[in-house]
Design a protein around this ligand. Structure first.
Ligand code: C2O
Ligand code: CU
Ligand code: CU
Length: 499
């Protein structure tokens, strides 16, 4: 094998001693062991499981020899993995040790709006906030991240995110790999861009807002060029796309088959044999791969197929094409020579109700729009770039406006129509929904389970059905929004109350 070296691509600005963007070409060696975020299991006190998160500044060594200023919970970058158990009471105490306001949102959790951690639950500098709720949903992989108004993209980019594992009796009873950090492995996938001094490059121009901010360097659990060494034959990966905007098409470099077990909100009915799985920003999946052949292999992200509905159309298609064509190495996998045997996957994972059987009380329609033109629009009414070019039903996010009021104990179809040429991952707080159809056609087998974030391709109409229950609050809203964080921060978000 050729000895590969790492090359720094430098621009002419280097000669001037100024900061310049760098790209790390070729996958550098030596590789770095994949970091596994600490597992925060909570402590039971007075019948309540207590967790503590502290947001602070950190310094991270991602790139060889370069330090990066980052944010993290209980550490330099990202946060610990929280393990929550169904039907238990939980209190998560958050202490914000930063000098800026943040929030901490529990993405995918069904809980009272006041505990949701959306833009209305601000935690000011050195402030504290307690989220109290009862874990009220099935086993799944969820996550938490800052949701500060207009700042979500930047704060998540700098590191304010982490994973949540939800367990229930059924998930514990299933014979699945479930030893955290051994055969049950979190993979938090993020793309980043760096300057020559190691600092993070965030939004630099209008294009980063229009298309969402895309990076050229991959981090997995905050590890650059990571390697993972399986010690068991089968490994379960919990894959979280915590990138601001990028879509991934996750696969193995030898195109081996693997099984998808779960999407955002929980298990599929049975393991699904696949050779790749696509994740948009905010989405998760659980997969199990078999390393019984002992061969080293890479986890990669493949370019989107030419006919992919995720490719943008028209003028945006040209601009987004370069991004859709990119492939990435994500994780080197080098199985150890003796692998512990693991049982076959169970044939049945869960009973997943047919969404067509839900009794529906009402249909609501949501139109997603983005005004085109890189230069057009000028400054928005909030003075920032991007302004109100992004909207839902003709309105940009306004903290003072409740856009929708949903009656408690009702079931609704939300019909999401994307008027723009570019895909948007649409996310709804409060709970998990099922996808009814895409342009009238049944959803794919990989998304036939509970979801909280759904890809809506350019021009597409997706209908989801969701039950609004358990928590009423006529004052405190939940959010719905595009999970491309630059779109969310620039107006493609709305608020609803359940009352
Ligand atoms: Cu992942 Cu409203 O957020
Ligand atoms: Cu959310
Ligand atoms: Cu969007």
């Amino acid at each position: 094998m050729l000895k590969r070296r790492q090359f720094l691509q430098v621009s002419a600005a280097a000669a001037l001693g100024a900061l310049y963007p760098i790209s790390l070409l070729g996958q550098g060696r030596p590789r770095n062991p994949l970091r596994i975020p600490d597992l925060l299991d909570g402590e039971r006190l007075d019948g309540i499981w207590q967790y503590a998160l502290e947001a602070g500044q950190g310094r991270s060594l991602f790139l060889p020899g370069l330090e990066t200023a980052t944010l993290g919970f209980n550490g330099n970058y990202l946060g610990p993995t929280l393990r929550l158990r169904k039907d238990e009471e939980v209190r998560i105490g958050v202490h914000n040790r930063l000098d800026e306001t943040i929030t901490v949102h529990w993405h995918g959790l069904h809980l009272p709006a006041i505990a949701d951690g959306g833009p209305h639950q601000e935690i000011t500098a050195d402030g504290r906030w307690d989220a109290r709720f009862r874990v009220n949903q099935n086993a799944s992989t969820c996550w938490y991240h800052s949701h500060q108004i207009h700042k979500t993209g930047e704060q998540v980019y700098r590191g304010l995110a982490g994973m949540i594992l939800l367990e229930d009796e059924q998930s514990r009873a299933l014979e699945l790999p479930d030893e955290y950090g051994v055969d049950d492995i979190p993979l938090i996938i993020q793309d980043r861009r760096f300057y020559s001094d190691g600092s993070l490059r965030y939004i630099e121009n209008q294009r980063d807002i229009m298309m969402g901010h895309h990076g050229d360097t991959m981090l997995v659990n905050g590890t650059f060029d990571p390697v993972f060494v399986p010690v068991t034959r089968r490994v379960r990966f919990r894959v979280l796309n915590a990138s601001n905007a990028r879509n991934y098409r996750i696969a193995f470099s030898d195109r081996r088959q693997f099984h998808q077990l779960a999407c955002d909100g929980g298990f599929l009915a049975e393991p699904l044999a696949v050779s790749d799985v696509t994740l948009a920003a905010g989405e998760r999946c659980e997969i199990v791969a078999d390393f019984g052949d002992g061969a080293p292999v890479d986890l990669v992200s493949l370019p989107l197929p030419d006919n992919s509905p995720l490719r943008s159309r028209g003028m945006m298609g040209g601009m987004m094409g370069a991004i859709a064509n990119q492939g990435f190495h994500l994780l080197a996998i080098e199985p150890q020579s003796q692998l512990t045997a693991t049982p076959e996957l169970p044939p049945v994972l869960a009973s997943v109700p047919d969404p067509a059987s839900f009794a529906v009380d009402r249909v609501r329609r949501f139109e997603l729009d983005m005004r085109m033109g890189m230069m057009g629009g000028g400054r928005g009414r909030r003075g920032g770039m991007g302004g109100d070019r992004f909207s839902i039903n003709g309105r940009s996010m306004d903290m003072g406006i409740i856009n929708e009021r949903v009656p408690l104990d009702s079931t609704e179809i939300w019909e999401i129509h994307n008027n723009s040429p570019m895909m948007h991952p649409f996310h709804i707080h409060h709970g998990q929904f099922r996808i009814l159809d895409r342009n009238g056609r049944a959803p794919g087998p990989h998304e036939r389970a509970f979801k909280d974030t759904v890809i809506v391709a350019g021009g597409e109409t997706v209908r989801v059905v969701m039950r609004f229950e358990n928590y009423a609050d006529p004052v405190t809203p939940y959010m719905y929004h595009c999970h491309i964080l630059e779109h969310e921060d620039n107006g493609m978000m709305g608020q609803f109350v359940v009352e």
